[in-house]
Design a binder for this molecule. Structure first.
Ligand code: SF4
Length: 194
């Protein structure tokens, strides 16, 4: 019998191929490649410490040069806006424009995935998510990559009151909406990875 871990790897790979093909197909009508859509999806989820070209390149595992080309196209198409950081003018910040948000909504990226999992119970989804996240965190740590998790699983997160949070790293307040976004500075709580 095939090793269960390898069966899971095989499944993850096949899902990856299918999802990328879905992205390719979804972007065709708008002339967008999977990487353009991945950049839009990332910026839709990234918090204020993570909305830079460098963070996007790290998240996608690509070079900054490769990512820059895609960002130029997205800016030309007015799907993203670029502006200088308020404190450090050398730093470029990126944000989805209303048009960019609209394109993501129209393409319905993720709908097929949600439909496919409709029959799975919350308990099964939760254990599948846990196993895959643990494997991802271990592989990311081994290869020196950032985890890009959310505040609730970060050791810097300070929950100081009802719906009131502070980032222990930056000492800045975080809104309840921000704590569910992904972060480049995320550092997993040891027993509760990514
Ligand atoms: S608590 Fe962690 S994940 Fe949240 S903003 Fe701070 S460093 Fe990022």
């Amino acid at each position: 019998m095939k090793n269960q871990a390898l069966t899971l790897l095989d499944t993850v790979e096949r899902l990856g191929h299918l999802l990328r093909a879905g992205l390719r197909q979804a972007g065709t009508t708008n002339g967008l490649q999977p990487m353009h859509l991945q950049a839009l999806l990332y910026l839709n989820e990234a918090n204020r410490y993570s909305n830079t070209p460098q963070a996007l390149a790290e998240y996608l595992g690509l070079t900054k040069g490769t990512v820059s080309q895609s960002l130029l196209l997205l800016a030309r198409r007015r799907l993203i806006a670029r502006h200088a950081d308020e404190k450090d003018g050398r730093l470029v910040r990126l944000a989805l424009t209303d048009k960019g948000k609209e394109v993501l909504k129209e393409l319905g990226v993720g709908n097929a995935w949600r439909d496919a999992l409709q029959q799975a119970s919350p308990a099964r989804l939760s254990s599948a998510t846990k196993v895959l996240k643990e494997a991802l965190a271990i592989l990311q740590t081994k290869s020196g990559q950032k985890t890009f998790g959310v505040c609730v699983t970060c050791r810097h997160n300070l929950h100081i009151g009802p719906r009131s949070y502070v980032c222990g790293l930056t000492k800045e307040k975080l809104s309840s909406r921000e704590v569910s976004k992904i972060c480049r500075e995320h550092s997993p709580i040891e027993e509760n990875v990514a």
